[in-house]
Design a protein around this ligand. Structure first.
Ligand SMILES: [Zn+2]
Length: 449
C-alpha cells in the first residue's frame, strides 16, 4: 500500500517535471521532427473566415524518395496518370471518380479517385488499399499506392499471376483534409470514427469527453504553443486517478461536439457512404478480403499493423498466421468507435477478412512524445476553429502538425518505403497463395529508421 502510494507520488513528480519540459519550450528537443526541419510554405486563404492553410511542400526529394507528393493536386494527377494508363491496357478495369460535396468553402474540385481491376479468372480475394482516411496522412498513403502501381502491379499483371486476385485502390478518401492539411473532413468529421460499426452509432454519448471538452477544445484563438497549466494538470489527475483512460477520452471518438477533436459525425459522411456501397458491391462475390487503410502519426516510429478490435479467437489465429513476422500492435486499452478496419471486418462475417490499419508512427510513443502529439492535434483544431493571435503561431502550429503526419526526414521516408515494400512483396503474395495463386513470396527486409 505504502509502496503503491510512493510510486504514485513518484509518477506525479516525474510527470510534473516532464510537464514543464514539454510545455515550456522543450518541444525543441523533438528533433528531427521540429519546425526547423520543416520549411513548407504556407498560404493562408484570406477569403475564408477560418484560417485554412494549404501547405505547398517544396519539391524536396528526387530519386528513391520521389514517391512522396508535395500537394493534393500533384498526388491526384500522378494517381490519375497511372490508373488511366491501366484502364487503357486492361479493358475490364474500372476507374471511378467521386466528387465530394464541399459547400462550406465552395471548393468544387475535391475528388476521391479509384481503380478496380478484376482477377483474370475467378473472384476469390479482393485487395483494397485506401489512402487519406485522415487527410493530412494521405501524402504517405499516396506514396505507398504509387509504389504499388509503379513497382509491383506491372510485374503482377505481366506475369499473369492475378488469376484470383481483384484489386481496388482508393486515392485520398478525404481530399479536403489532404488539400488543407487537416485530419478531419470539411464537416470536421474524423472519417475513422464515422463508419457504421454499432447500432445507434451516431447517438453514442461520451460523458468523459464532455467533462474534458474545454481542455481538449479551448474556445479561444491560439495564443501559445504550450499547454495551459490547469488543463494539463486536469489530464494528469485523470491519468493517475481517473476511471476512463486519457487515451480513450482523447481519441476514442465522440458524436456530440461538431467543433471538437475526434468528432465522428451525426451521419455518414458522403465519401463513407460512397466507399461502403462500393465495397459491398465489389466484395459480394469474393471469399476473402485483404484491406490496408494507410495512416501515419501515432505509435512507435515504424510500421504497425493494427488489427480489427472485434476479431474472434478463432479468426485471430488465422489472422496472426497471415501477418507473421509483421509488427501487430497489442490490443489497446480502449476501442475507437466507427473505425474503417473494424467496419470491413464486421460487415463481412462470413468471409476471411485480413484488414489492418497500417500506421507509420512518427514522433514515437514515449510519454513526452504522446503529450506532444496531443498538444499538436489540439492546437491545430483550436486554430482552425478560432484562429491564431498572430501569423508566427499559425505557421508554427501548422508546421508542427504537418511534421507529425508528414515528416520531412529522409530517413523516416526511406523507412516508409522499406516497410511498404515488405508489405507488398510478402503480405500480398501470402494472401494470393491463400487463394491458390502460385506466386513467389519475397524476403522480409529489416527497415531501419
Ligand atoms: Zn490516421
Amino acid at each position: 500500500m505504502i509502496l503503491q502510494r510512493r510510486l504514485r507520488l513518484l509518477f506525479v513528480l516525474s510527470t510534473l517535471i516532464l510537464f514543464f519540459r514539454v510545455t515550456h519550450g522543450a518541444e525543441k528537443d523533438l528533433k528531427p521532427f521540429d519546425e526547423e526541419v520543416f520549411i513548407g510554405e504556407v498560404q493562408a486563404h484570406e477569403d475564408l473566415k477560418k484560417l485554412i492553410v494549404s501547405p505547398s511542400f517544396s519539391d524536396l526529394y528526387s530519386g528513391e524518395l520521389a514517391y512522396f507528393p508535395k500537394s493534393y493536386e500533384e498526388s491526384r494527377g500522378r494517381f490519375l496518370q497511372h490508373i488511366n494508363k491501366l484502364a487503357l491496357e486492361i479493358k475490364e478495369a474500372k476507374i471511378d471518380r467521386f466528387l465530394v460535396p464541399s459547400p462550406i468553402y465552395g471548393d468544387g474540385d475535391l475528388t476521391v479517385d479509384s481503380i478496380y481491376i478484376p482477377p483474370r479468372k475467378e473472384e476469390k480475394g479482393l485487395l483494397v488499399i485506401v489512402s487519406g482516411t485522415h487527410g493530412a496522412e494521405a501524402f504517405v498513403g499516396a506514396a505507398f499506392q504509387e509504389l504499388f502501381l509503379k513497382d509491383f502491379l506491372p510485374q503482377l499483371l505481366q506475369s499473369q499471376k492475378n488469376d484470383s486476385l481483384g484489386i481496388l485502390i482508393v486515392h485520398s478518401l478525404n481530399p479536403f483534409g489532404m488539400k488543407y492539411m487537416r485530419r478531419p473532413t470539411e464537416n470536421n468529421v474524423d472519417l475513422n470514427r464515422n463508419y457504421p460499426v454499432k447500432e445507434d452509432q451516431y447517438e453514442i454519448k461520451r460523458p468523459a469527453y464532455a467533462d474534458f471538452y474545454s481542455v481538449l477544445n479551448p474556445q479561444t484563438s491560439v495564443d501559445s504553443l504550450n499547454w495551459p497549466v490547469l488543463s494539463f494538470l486536469k489530464l494528469l489527475w485523470q491519468s493517475v486517478f481517473g476511471s476512463v483512460s486519457v487515451g480513450e477520452i482523447f481519441a476514442g471518438g465522440q458524436y456530440e461536439h461538431n467543433k471538437g477533436i475526434y468528432f465522428g459525425g451525426q451521419k455518414k459522411e458522403p465519401q463513407v457512404t460512397y466507399l461502403v456501397k462500393k465495397l459491398n458491391t465489389l466484395a459480394k462475390n469474393y471469399e476473402s478480403l485483404m484491406v490496408f487503410d494507410l495512416h501515419t502519426g501515432l505509435g512507435k516510429t515504424q510500421l504497425q499493423y493494427m488489427k480489427p478490435a472485434y476479431l474472434t479467437e478463432e479468426k485471430l489465429k488465422d489472422y496472426k498466421k497471415m501477418f507473421d513476422g509483421f509488427f501487430l500492435t497489442p490490443n489497446s486499452a480502449y476501442t475507437a468507435l466507427g473505425d474503417f478496419v473494424d467496419y470491413t471486418y464486421l460487415a463481412f462475417p462470413k468471409k476471411r477478412v485480413y484488414s489492418a490499419t497500417l500506421e507509420f508512427g512518427t514522433l514515437g510513443e514515449s510519454l513526452k512524445h504522446r503529450i506532444s502529439t496531443m498538444n499538436r492535434i489540439i492546437k491545430e483544431n483550436q486554430g482552425y476553429q478560432f484562429g491564431y493571435e498572430d501569423s508566427y503561431l499559425q505557421k508554427a502550429v501548422k508546421n508542427r502538425f504537418a511534421e507529425l503526419f508528414y515528416p520531412r526526414s529522409k530517413d523516416w521516408r526511406r523507412m516508409v518505403l522499406c516497410e511498404s515494400r515488405n508489405t507488398l512483396s510478402v503480405l500480398v503474395p501470402r494472401f494470393q497463395r491463400s487463394l491458390g495463386d502460385e506466386v513467389p513470396i519475397g524476403e522480409l527486409e529489416k527497415c531501419i529508421n
